[in-house]
Design a protein around this ligand. Sequence first.
Ligand SMILES: Cc1cc2nc3c(=O)[nH]c(=O)nc-3n(C[C@H](O)[C@H](O)[C@H](O)COP(=O)(O)OP(=O)(O)OC[C@H]3O[C@@H](n4cnc5c(N)ncnc54)[C@H](O)[C@@H]3O)c2cc1C
Length: 461
Amino acid sequence: MLLKSSIDDLKKIIKQENILSNMEERFCYAEDSANIKEQNALPDIVIFVETIEDVQNVLKYANAHNIPVTSRGAGTNTVGSCVPVQGGIILNFSKMNKILDFNPTDMTMRVQPGVILNDIKKLAESEKLFYPPDPSNFKVSTIGGSIAQSSGGAKSFKYGTTKDYILSLKVVLPDGVLMKIGSGTIKDAVGYHLNQLIIGSEGTLAIVVEAQLKLIPLPETSAVVTAYFNDYESATNAVSGIIKERIFPATIDFMDKNSINTVERFYPSGLKTDKECMLLVEVDGFETSMKSQLYRVEKALLENGAVDVTSVSDKEKMEAVWTARRASYGAAAKLAPDVVTDDVIVPRSSLSKMVRGCKDICEKHNLQVCIVGHVGDGNVHPQIVLNLENDEEFKHLTDAKAEIYQLACSLGGTISAEHGVGIEKMNYIDKILDSASIEYMKRIKNVFDPNGILNPGKILK
Ligand SMILES: Cc1cc2nc3c(=O)[nH]c(=O)nc-3n(C[C@H](O)[C@H](O)[C@H](O)COP(=O)(O)OP(=O)(O)OC[C@H]3O[C@@H](n4cnc5c(N)ncnc54)[C@H](O)[C@@H]3O)c2cc1C
């Protein structure tokens, strides 16, 4: 609990209109999309920063007085990463939402951390350029949050994740020092790659106040193939079949029957509800390559047991397919008071074991689950629906998650592909990282943030 004198001091540093300190206002910042209910997670004050100097001034004060600081973009991460478990200050970046520079010749864009991903994508597209990272909720999530989580999404299969599109960063360190990392050039071999350390660090090492993004040419055209299967094994074999064709789809995504039925129940989209699962494969590239790419994808799907294969290349129809896929989380959320999504990843050769394992484990624990995933990467998202306030269901969830993580590890995978650790996976991190790695991560945290004020209680215990 912050002293009143500290709140008064902060009110002198930051404009009054950029501060929230009433209980009902602060309460909105106690949770994020992880649905984790932490008892003491209530910020003492919420500060809307407008400038880099605002961030520097707040951090300098917080560091001198040992006050926790948790950054918040759109609050859409699914691991409790911006839940202020020790109270203190929430830094809200929604007013630092400007695109500072767009250089189509160099194919770069310089942005403030509160810019929404969709705005970056739309501006890039106006010059036939492309910013590929696309977490399914890119219409609301911010670049600052994306950098902090190293967000991926459906297109990671071909295009990689956020970490592949950051040329340079400006960050503020806990003592208020502004640090520029990376030169902004396409290649840079000078010194340690601190950029890569900050990306994915969930706001625990430094605060991102500006980013220079790499853009690539927008593919000339694209098409989406949907294919239905009567069993998981055929669908996951088809993923390998497509890869054997040595073509590189932008996306290979998956929906199981429960997901399909749930989307059709709440957001009817014309998906077929009588099959066990479906794959959504997007190919892109030059117009002249499309016929042969589509032929090879469809061939691989049919050879591996797809029973219904359709392709669409009309923009509106493609968007309708993706809207249905993106609706899976929202639709699942309508089945019960809460939905908890997970994010395991395994080598592609073990995909069917992972998907079936998620289903069997949830069934064993009487939990309803809708399974989706970016299966081209081996990434599976079981969306478990339940009432978190029901103690018995919560216990089942905890047990099921532990079993799902154990299975992922036993199959040579890991417990998070793209959502991060936050609070959600802290207790499992020692199952996946060796003690030397954990020790070095702790030392790195200590070098950046010796007083431990940045997003405490996350990633490492
Ligand atoms: C329906 C749904 C679908 C999703 N699909 C995907 C998906 O396909 N792929 C994927 O990878 N993720 C996905 N996610 C997760 C989510 O999109 C990402 O984690 C997201 O990019 C976070 O952005 P945000 O603005 O909401 O950040 P927040 O949730 O507000 O914050 C995330 C983290 O970033 C830190 N942070 C925020 N701003 C800064 C800053 N300026 N400096 C330092 N740290 C900062 C916060 O402290 C926190 O640790 C999905 C989430 C939902 C709800």
